[in-house]
Each structure stands twice: as structure tokens, then as C-alpha cells.
Design a protein around this ligand. Sequence first.
Ligand code: HEC
Length: 141
Amino acid sequence: MKIISSNCSVSVLIGLMALISAESAFAQEGDPKRGEIVFQQCSICHQVGPTATNGIGPNLTGVLSRKMGSVADFSYDTGLQKASMAGISWDKEKIFSWLRDPQSYIKSVVSDESVTTKMTVKVSDEQARRDVIAYIATFSK
Ligand code: HEC
């Protein structure tokens, strides 16, 4: 009981709460309309929709329920190749983390510091990430 009321435990508790809220950062859904505007940044390299083909990046149609690195005719870098072999699939939370920093995210996903990714773009704004994911989610296979 005495421990619980100490300053130390209080700061641990606050730290824990911050961690929980950071992990559930995706909790709110984004706005697909605003996401369509964010996607203009992605469209230099990616297409999404029924007629989408691969460009500099793989097509993103149905990516939300797809295995990582699984577009057959796209040549992926080592990180997504390894994630694909491990059978890891994308979901909203994972794309949310990926878009913040693809390079560091893919290393942690496959627990291998030596892997790399060809996607160097980072989207630091959380709301922009939620919105673009909401937009991509409107296109399934
Ligand atoms: C300058 C080019 C470029 C831009 C801009 C870009 N990407 Fe990428 N993206 C890539 C490349 C290249 C890959 C494949 C990476 C690899 O093989 O390591 C990729 C991979 C991905 C993947 C994984 C696909 C799969 O099949 O596993 C997702 C998801 C993704 N990008 C989303 C986005 C989103 C959303 C945006 C916009 C915010 C974006 N990308 C902007 C080049 C880009």
C-alpha cells in the first residue's frame, strides 16, 4: 500500500498510461475524403483501385487484408520479403506504424536490423496517417 502512494509509482503509472494511449493511437478512424488528398503524396509511387497497377511502389488495392510484400509481380526489398515469408499480414495498426517510419518499422517487425526497405517516405502527422488509411480501406480486392 505504501508503495502505491509513493511518487515513484505515480510516475510509473503515468508512464504506463502514456504508453497505452500511444499504442492505441490508431483508435479513432480517419476520414477517407481527407485521406484522398493525403494519397496524392503516395500516388507518385502507388496506385489504388480496381484498375491499379504497380509503379515505383506496389499497387495498394486490398492492402489492408493482404500479406506483407505479397504482390507477385513486384520486386520487394529484403524487409518486406522476409515479412512475407514469415506470413505477416497488414492491418490498420501496422500500416499506421509503417507510415511513421517504414525503415525502422520493418526492422522491428522481422526482428532483423540488417533488412532494408525501398520506401523512404515518412508521414509524421498522425491524423494524415489515419485519413490515408481510411481512404485506402475503401478499396478492397
Ligand atoms: C517515393 C515512392 C513512394 C511513396 C511516395 C510512397 N511509397 Fe509506399 N512504397 C514504396 C515502395 C518502393 C514500396 C515497396 C518497399 C519495399 O520493397 O521495401 C512501398 C511499399 C508500401 C506498402 C507495403 C505494400 C505491400 O505490398 O506490402 C504500403 C502499405 C505503402 N507503401 C503505403 C504508402 C502510402 C499510404 C503512401 C503515402 C502516404 C506511400 N506508401 C508513399 C514507395 C513509395
